[in-house]
Write a new protein. Structure first.
Length: 259
C-alpha cells in the first residue's frame, strides 16, 4: 500500500464491480475468525451501492480497501451498520475506523431519529463503536424485526443463538440511541450551568417529594473498562462454545448461570 492514497466515500453504482471481491473477503474473513457472519450476495451489496447506503474505501489507483453498508429495520426505528470488512493488505492502518465513522455519519444523515446498532465479535470494532457513542446492550434492546434475525441463519453460530432463545450469542450487541444522547447533552449543559451558579450561591441539597435524595441512573461506561470487557468476552466465548460442543443446539450437559 506504499505511495497509495486511500479514499473513504459513499459508494455509488459505479462501484458494483467490487461486489464479488467484497463478498468473497467477507466469507473468507468469517472462516478465519471461526465465528461467522450473515452471508451477503454480490447482488445485495450492489443494491446498497445503488441506494447510496454504503461506504467504500479505495486507493487512488482503484484498488479496493474496505466496505460497510446500512440496513434499516422495524419501520426504520433501528438502523444497522453491517458487513464491515477491510482488505487484509490494508489492515492495521486505521481504515476500519475511518469507514465506521463515515457510515455512522451517513446513517445519522439518512435516519436522524433511528437507533443505530450492531452485532460484532471483534474487540477492535467495539472500541471504534464506543468512540462513536455506542454502548453495549442486551439483545432485548435491539430490533425485534424477524427479517433481521433471519439474516443470522447463515452464521455458523446460529444454533447457539436459537438455543439461547435469541437472548445471547458470541456477538456483542452495541447501540447508539440519539434520544438518550440528546438527554445526556441536556443534562451536561444543566450540570455546567449549576456549577457556574454554585460559585455565586450557597449550595442546596436537592431532594424529591418523599424527602429522599434523588440518584440518577448510572449509565453504562464501556471506554474505561475495555480490558475488563475483553476478559468477559473471552469467558463468554469459552462458555458458549463449550455449551455447544457438549450439549448441541438443544441444550448442554453443564449448566452455566450467566444469562
Amino acid at each position: 500500500m506504499e505511495n497509495q492514497h486511500i479514499i473513504v466515500r459513499v459508494a455509488t453504482p459505479d462501484d458494483i464491480h467490487y461486489s464479488n471481491t467484497i463478498t468473497d473477503e467477507m466469507e473468507s474473513s468469517a472462516k478465519a475468525r471461526g465465528t461467522g457472519i450473515a452471508k451477503r450476495s454480490p447482488a445485495y451489496v450492489e443494491l446498497k451501492m445503488q441506494e447510496g447506503k454504503a461506504v467504500i474505501a479505495v486507493t487512488d489507483k482503484g484498488d479496493w480497501v474496505g466496505f460497510c453498508y446500512i440496513e434499516a429495520w422495524g419501520h426504520e426505528k433501528f438502523v444497522a451498520n453491517s458487513g464491515l470488512i477491510v482488505n487484509p493488505a490494508f489492515r492495521g492502518h486505521g481504515v476500519a475506523k475511518s469507514i465506521k465513522k463515515k457510515i455512522f455519519e451517513l446513517s445519522r444523515e439518512k435516519y436522524p431519529e433511528s437507533k443505530i446498532f450492531g452485532l460484532t465479535t471483534g474487540l477492535a470494532v467495539m472500541k471504534i463503536n464506543s468512540e462513536l457513542g455506542y454502548e453495549p446492550v442486551t439483545y432485548s434492546e435491539l430490533t425485534d424485526d424477524e427479517e433481521f434475525w433471519k439474516g443470522c441463519r447463515s452464521c455458523v453460530n446460529f444454533d447457539i443463538l436459537t438455543s439461547k432463545q435469541r437472548k445471547n450469542c458470541l456477538c456483542t450487541a452495541m447501540l447508539y440511541d440519539p434520544l438518550e444522547k440528546l438527554k445526556e447533552a441536556e443534562e451536561k449543559a444543566m450540570a455546567e450551568k449549576a456549577a457556574v451558579e454554585a460559585t455565586t450561591a450557597t449550595p442546596q441539597l436537592s431532594v424529591n417529594a418523599s424527602g429522599h435524595m434523588h440518584h440518577e441512573r448510572r449509565r453504562r461506561r464501556f471506554k474505561g473498562n475495555i480490558r475488563l470487557y475483553e476478559r468477559w468476552l473471552r469467558f463468554k466465548r469459552f462458555v458458549l462454545l463449550n455449551s455447544k460442543k457438549e450439549g448441541g443446539a438443544t441444550g448442554s450437559k453443564k449448566k452455566f448461570f450467566l444469562f
